[in-house]
Design a protein around this ligand. Structure first.
Ligand code: NAD
Length: 699
């Protein structure tokens, strides 16, 4: 046998673009010229025949992609691992390939499981190394590489593809002899790109630009010091030349209509891996099975969870899926997750916990890492949600206190035993022990997530107006009940409340005892006092809806008067401010917090410009809240939402549906969004409250 490289090709006798299974094929169905394709293929075949021994696979009718023989499977030594195609359109190619390999003395190794694998399209050996690069994420599943690594006793480095146009690894990556490589960086996720850059030093890698990449320059057949490709720009050719490679360009435009280049048309038959004495280290690919239960389909929870897995670099297989057959019946999904490494798996599990996922394996202790620097959490810290959270330590579940989202879990040993609390990263101190990863963390997320409960008031239909009225009736009723039980209602309000004429009604709600704390920024107070002193809001006369001369400075004058008095409380006590929201707060002793922002005018003396202090004060004021009314302020509402644990009724009113969705998408039934004008909302709400509770009108 000669020591020339051995290749397999398949003539394009039946080639065509007959269906669409990748972005290149879109719009190209029926457009490939078979004769031109044959000419291009013959030229490639001719070039390769001079450099290698080329065997031919008999083409079969009605299998237009069969010339892309790289996807038939993967050869290593005398073993052939047949592909498991992702799309049924290509499944028919397999028996032909299997027959050929059997007839030529290869032993077939059939993959277990159900994940797809598209052969040398995704599995590429680094020349002269016991290393296989494993592409996954578009066509092949990550899990197949564990088995392949085991069988071939090679190291596998997984690379996740994120651009559907580069759907196989060989479309964007060509390993070269001498420990070098050619690749298109934008086709990979961040971790994979880091892995490539970590493996190939800067002078041993060529990162091609989009022009070369889209011409399929990386889809190259590399034979010794010859790189055969359908395209290579002058700079690329020069750089390859500097490494001692000759570039042979064979245009393959017809095949590009299908998303294939030179390498796709060739399968290597001579991949050899020298027997390694000791077992090579296994790829760090890890698997876990989790169960998700709840309204998985109609709330879109399942899609969200699966997106989280793939976004974090993992892949998944369903072990079992039982849909709820009736509206209120929960669905159950058992999902096998595969991640390229332990860290990614931890991130995936941590993210799935917020959807109530339960890992199936034996219970593991939470892992704790020590804080090394004040205000900086360990890298792999578990980030909290709004839901009640337990931590498993020394055989015991401990419920975290001060539940809020975007915090870390700090484990403390105290007089009364062990204690876990949610704390902001900036507040951790050296030596604190923080829960890392998702092991030993249990989140009590609701099994039934809320549907999109946003109601359109400004929308077209009359019925939606009626719907909003019904919803407001309900809110009025809830507020009244909370009031009767001496509960707590917190209002978060932006200046639009004043601009829309809602301040009058908000002040009435405060006076009637329906507000126990007010949160906002400088603006709500500034414009409320402007209105009280000068009858305008942002210079607009609210009774006539018209700007008044010099009105643009009214809020500055109002702020100035409050500053002269020494503060809002003082301005009320001195009789400077005699009406409005802030007046009502002072009169009713309703605590308020005005959190500063960089755009604030003045600010008013009470506005807290120390944001740590403002956040602390907000958090203090929402403790024990039964309901939080968020009225037309995105900034302060988001801040409040993040601090609020699940279980508190959140009502968000904003004219912008996107803001309402963002604020109410907490996955719980307690949040309700209303898309409407806040002035109108407050007007209707106050009227309704007075109707249901007229005797409370005077407090
Ligand atoms: P924001 O952008 O956070 O929120 C305004 C929200 O109101 C938006 O979501 C918008 O969709 C909504 N909205 C607009 N018209 C509405 C209507 N008719 N009905 C219902 N919703 C409506 O802005 P913000 O809270 O107003 O201000 C952000 C920060 O800037 C705050 O801290 C505020 O105090 C400060 N600010 C200061 C001054 C000042 O000092 N003069 C003026 C304005 C804002």
């Amino acid at each position: 046998m000669s020591d020339k490289p051995r290749l397999l090709m398949c003539p394009p006798t039946h080639f065509g673009v007959d269906y669409v299974i990748n972005p290149w094929m879109r719009g190209n169905v029926g457009r490939a010229d078979r004769r031109e394709a044959k000419t291009q293929w013959d030229r490639l075949h001719g070039v390769l025949r001079d450099l290698a021994e080329v065997e031919l696979l008999e083409p079969a009718e009605a299998l237009p992609d069969m010339p892309f023989v790289a996807n038939a499977g993967l050869v290593c030594n005398d073993a052939f691992i047949p592909s498991r195609f992702r799309f049924p359109q290509r499944e028919g190619e397999l028996p032909h390939a299997l027959r050929w390999f059997e007839a030529h003395g290869f032993r077939a190794l059939e993959l277990s499981g159900s994940a797809s694998f598209e052969g040398e399209g995704d599995g590429l050996f680094q020349p002269d190394a016991a290393l296989l690069w494993g592409g996954y994420g578009v066509r092949s599943g990550l899990q197949v590489y564990r088995e392949i690594a085991e069988w071939l006793n090679v190291e596998v480095k997984p690379l996740r593809l994120i651009d559907e146009r580069f759907y196989h690894l060989d479309t964007c990556f060509a390993p070269l002899p001498g420990g070098r490589a050619l690749y298109y960086p934008d086709a990979f996720d961040r971790e994979s790109l880091e892995a490539l850059r970590g493996h190939f030093p800067e002078d041993q890698r060529i990162e091609v630009g989009p022009e070369d990449a889209l011409g399929f320059a990386c889809n190259a057949v590399v034979l010794g010091d010859v790189v055969v490709t359908s395209h290579a720009g002058p700079e690329l050719r020069e750089r390859l030349g500097a490494w001692g490679f000759r570039t042979e360009v064979c245009p393959l435009g017809e095949f590009l209509l299908s998303g294939g280049g030179a390498k796709c048309l060739v399968l290597r038959l001579d991949n050899t891996v020298a027997p390694v004495k000791a077992a090579v280290s296994r790829p760090p690919i890890t698997e876990r099975v989790v169960t998700l239960q709840g309204q998985l389909l109609d709330t879109g929870l399942l899609t969200t969870a699966l997106d989280a897995i793939t976004d974090l670099g993992g892949t998944f297989d369903f072990e079992e899926f039982r849909p709820g057959l009736r509206q209120n019946e929960a669905s159950t999904a058992r999902i096998r997750i595969v991640a390229p490494g332990g860290e990614q798996m931890e991130a995936i599990l941590a993210s799935l916990l917020r959807y109530g996922a339960k890992p199936e394996e034996a219970l593991r202790e939470a892992s704790l890492c020590e804080v090394e620097q004040d205000g900086v959490a360990p890298r792999t810290f578990y980030s909290t949600t709004i839901y009640p959270t337990d931590v498993y330590l020394e055989g015991q579940w401990i419920r975290a206190t001060k539940q809020r989202m975007d915090a870390v879990l700090v484990v403390k040993e105290g007089e009364h035993g062990r204690h876990v609390e949610c704390r902001l990263t900036r507040d951790v101190r050296r030596g604190d022990r923080v829960v890392c990863g998702a092991d030993g963390v249990r989140v009590h997320a609701p099994r039934t997530r809320g549907r999109d409960e946003s109601f359109a008031f400004m929308g077209a239909g009359v019925s939606s107006e009626r719907r909003v009225e019904v919803v407001i009736d309900e809110i009025a009723w809830e507020m009244q009940r909370i009031r009767e039980q001496d509960g707590k209602i917190v209002v978060v309000a932006g200046p639009v409340v004043v601009h829309t004429g809602g301040a009058l009604f908000l002040a009435q709600l405060i006076e009637m005892g329906y507000v126990q704390a007010l949160l906002g920024g400088n603006a709500i107070a500034a414009h409320d006092i402007e209105y009280s002193l000068l009858g305008t809001s942002l210079g607009v006369d609210l009774t006539r809806g018209k700007g008044v001369p010099g009105g643009h400075s009214h809020h500055l004058r109002a702020i100035n008067e409050v500053r002269r008095a020494g503060g809002i409380r003082e301005a009320v006590e001195q009789g400077v401010v005699t009406s409005g929201v802030m007046y009502a707060c002072v009169k009713r002793d309703v605590p308020f917090c005005l959190a500063g922002s960089i755009r604030d005018d003045g600010p008013l003396p009470e506005t807290l410009m120390d944001l740590y202090e403002a956040q602390r004060r907000y958090q203090e004021l929402i403790v024990g809240a039964d309901m939080i009314l968020m009225l037309s302020t995105m900034l302060h509402s988001i801040a409040t939402g993040n601090m609020t644990p699940a279980g508190v009724r959140l009502i968000c009113v904003d004219i912008n549906p996107a803001v309402v969705t963002k604020l109410t998408d907490r996955g719980s039934l307690e949040s309700l969004g209303i898309v409407t004008d806040v002035g109108l909302f407050l007007n209707l709400l106050t009227r309704r409250i007075k109707e249901v509770q007229p005797e409370r009108r005077d407090g």
